[in-house]
Design a protein around this ligand. Structure first.
Ligand SMILES: NC(=O)c1ccc[n+]([C@@H]2O[C@H](COP(=O)([O-])OP(=O)(O)OC[C@H]3O[C@@H](n4cnc5c(N)ncnc54)[C@H](OP(=O)(O)O)[C@@H]3O)[C@@H](O)[C@H]2O)c1
Ligand SMILES: Nc1nc(=O)c2c([nH]1)NC[C@@H]1CN(c3ccc(C(=O)N[C@@H](CCC(=O)O)C(=O)O)cc3)CN21
Length: 297
């Protein structure tokens, strides 16, 4: 079998177009422009690329983008003061603090200082708790993007066996919650999981969020299963250049799977589209306006 390629790049463009339509209406009918603030601490080159492309796409959908680049040695007090300022700025509807933060900063403390209503990453403990109890929340962008692609491909996910490889707070755990919310039977695997190949072989849906280049080979995949590859790994391309690969070995997985997301062009662009969707949702909620449909979980 040769898998259907789930084109995240194209799907993300349709999500952004929907967001842009709503933004145009918000401006025209309500005189409101959604604003997204991105905070970057330090000079990590990979993070700077994400911040730049997020900023560009934010402006493309008609929103205001506010970028705050702080020195790597910024103190916790300075960062918390900036978050405080953004929390009370009515022009800012969404706040994203790029992770990971430099070691001297307490990530939990910083994330939980963000106003949960502006927490467009969905990482604040209030949003984590709301998601876990099936209440309206801000849903983390990467898992939300994966869920949108899965729903689009399958229609209903009810009763499917899903395995999420990885248990991070930003991808694995919220992904498992969303799949459970859609009535999948969910297994969360991690570095201590016994017989990972056997666990993965049972799955109708495999979400790989590990951070190990091409770790999942095709012979772990049940024939016809859907493979969502969250991994973004930069590897040596041999000619002095680098290239991006996922956590799944694309060619061998694509031979067995029913559907697969590529890297790049799969989950990554959907993450950014969902960040913009969350910013729009936060803006509508902040202004007591009806939320756009189909852009949240
Ligand atoms: N496309 C996107 O938009 C997007 C967004 C976020 C992240 N990512 C990418 O997704 C990947 C995962 O990110 P993350 O932030 O979730 O990473 P993370 O915080 O490093 O978590 C990795 C998870 O993988 C598990 N793991 C590590 N080695 C394993 C192994 N040999 N077998 C099974 N499980 C193993 C770890 O288990 P333990 O808990 O036991 O250590 C951990 O739970 C990275 O490549 C990252 O760049 C992509
Ligand atoms: N606060 C926060 N929220 C996040 O969602 C987040 C972080 N921090 N830190 C880094 C990770 C990794 N994330 C992302 C987001 C988008 C792409 C992305 O657009 N990838 C493109 C290719 C990019 C390239 O060519 O360099 C793709 O097609 O996969 C990748 C990783 C988001 N992540």
């Amino acid at each position: 079998m040769s898998a259907t390629v789930i084109d995240g790049k194209a799907f993300a463009a349709t999500v952004r177009a929907k967001v842009a339509g709503h933004v145009a209406r918000l401006k025209e009918e309500n005189g409101i422009t959604p604003g997204l603030a991105v905070v970057l601490v330090g000079q990590d080159p990979a993070s700077q690329v994400y911040v730049r492309s997020k900023g560009k796409m934010t402006v493309e959908v008609g929103m205001n983008s506010y970028e705050h680049k702080l020195e790597a040695d910024t103190s916790e007090a300075e960062l918390l003061a900036l978050i405080d300022k953004l929390n009370s700025d009515p022009a800012v509807h969404g706040i994203l603090v790029q992770l990971p933060l430099p070691k001297h900063l307490d990530e939990d403390l910083v994330i939980n200082a963000i106003d949960p209503a502006k927490d467009v990453d969905g990482f604040h403990i209030s949003n984590v708790g709301l998601l876990g109890t099936g209440q309206k929340s801000m849903v983390p962008c990467t898992p939300l993007g994966c869920l949108m692609m899965l729903r689009d491909h399958h229609g209903s996910l009810s009763g499917m066996d899903a395995v999420v490889i990885g248990r991070s707070n930003i991808v694995g755990k919220p992904m498992a919650q969303l799949l459970l919310g859609d009535s999948c039977t969910v297994t969360i695997a991690h570095s201590r999981t016994k017989d990972l190949p056997d666990v993965v072989r049972r799955a109708d849906i495999v979400v790989a969020a590990v951070g190990r280049p091409e770790m999942v080979p095709g012979d772990w995949i049940k024939p016809g299963a859907t493979v969502i590859d969250v991994g973004i790994n930069r590897v040596d391309a041999g000619d002095g250049k680098t290239r991006l690969v996922g956590d799944c070995h694309y060619d061998s997985c694509a031979e067995v799977a029913g559907a697969i997301t590529p890297v790049p062009g799969g989950v990554g662009p959907m993450t950014i589209a969902c960040l913009l969707a969350n910013t729009l949702t936060a803006c509508c909620r902040a202004n007591g306006l009806a939320e756009p449909e189909g852009l949240t979980a």
